[in-house]
Design a protein around this ligand. Structure first.
Ligand SMILES: Cc1cc2nc3c(=O)[nH]c(=O)nc-3n(C[C@H](O)[C@H](O)[C@H](O)COP(=O)(O)O)c2cc1C
Length: 213
């Protein structure tokens, strides 16, 4: 790629995504401040989502006793208590933001009202079926979770995504409504230092397929 096609921030972005780690070495004595938490969630909301539905919620657990309970829900993963902050990223299994979002498509002049109505109907239909809503929830919220991980890394914080927890218990623990499921639990906070060497990645030659697998 020629130099002129690169963004000014390309190097920093690529370095950042390649140096991100799922860290476990959290500083138990320092907590995330509120402003940083809000910034991280703001960054997460810049993730792409189907039709811009933004079908996600972020539940920050910071109370010490509740973090201890969350450790139990997460199979004894103690680093959750060390972080001081665990964010449950949850996804909607129903397109419950559709009315508002498709209105915004029209208000922004992106489509006319009739087209937006068609898009909305197609979206609602797309969520029908046994697994569709769950799949959408996981796809959309996972992208938001990755944004949060990268944003934490960019701010010099440590963050680890986790699915090693009891999903039903976690949903109950934070009072998720029926149409919203836990997708990723993220322990995030100031680092206490080095992490072990990164585990190897599969080679591009092995994972990149051309036309068919
Ligand atoms: C879907 C998913 C579930 C994960 N669950 C856990 C978990 O429960 N506990 C944990 O410590 N790390 C968990 N991880 C982190 C992985 O272990 C980590 O991403 C992997 O070892 C690669 O390391 P890296 O992220 O530092 O490159 C999870 C990661 C993903 C994507």
């Amino acid at each position: 790629m020629s130099e002129t096609q690169l963004l000014p921030e390309t190097d920093a972005l690529i370095d950042g995504l390649r140096s991100r780690r799922s860290g476990h070495n959290f500083d138990p004595d320092t907590d995330l401040d509120d402003e940083t938490l809000e910034e991280l969630v703001l960054d997460a909301t810049y993730a792409p989502s189907s039709f811009n539905l933004q079908p996600w919620e972020f539940v920050a657990v910071q109370d010490d006793d509740r973090l201890d309970e969350l450790v139990d829900i997460a199979n004894g993963q103690e680093h959750i208590a060390d972080t001081g902050t665990a964010v449950l990223v949850a996804g909607h299994t129903e397109p419950k933001t559709a009315d508002r979002v498709f209105e915004e498509w029209v208000e922004a002049g992106r489509v006319d009202a009739e087209t937006a109505e068609g898009m909305k109907e197609a979206t609602v239909e797309g969520y029908e079926g046994e697994r569709a809503g769950r799949d959408y929830a996981i796809r959309n919220a996972s992208l938001a979770a990755q944004n949060l991980l990268l944003a934490a890394h960019a701010r010099g914080l440590t963050a680890t995504p986790m699915t090693g927890f009891d999903f039903e218990a976690a949903a109950e623990f934070v009072d998720l409504p029926e149409d919203t499921i836990p997708v990723m639990l993220i322990a995030v906070g100031p680092s206490a230092g080095d992490e072990p060497e990164r585990l190897p990645r599969r080679d591009v030659d092995e994972v990149l397929h051309r036309e068919t697998v």
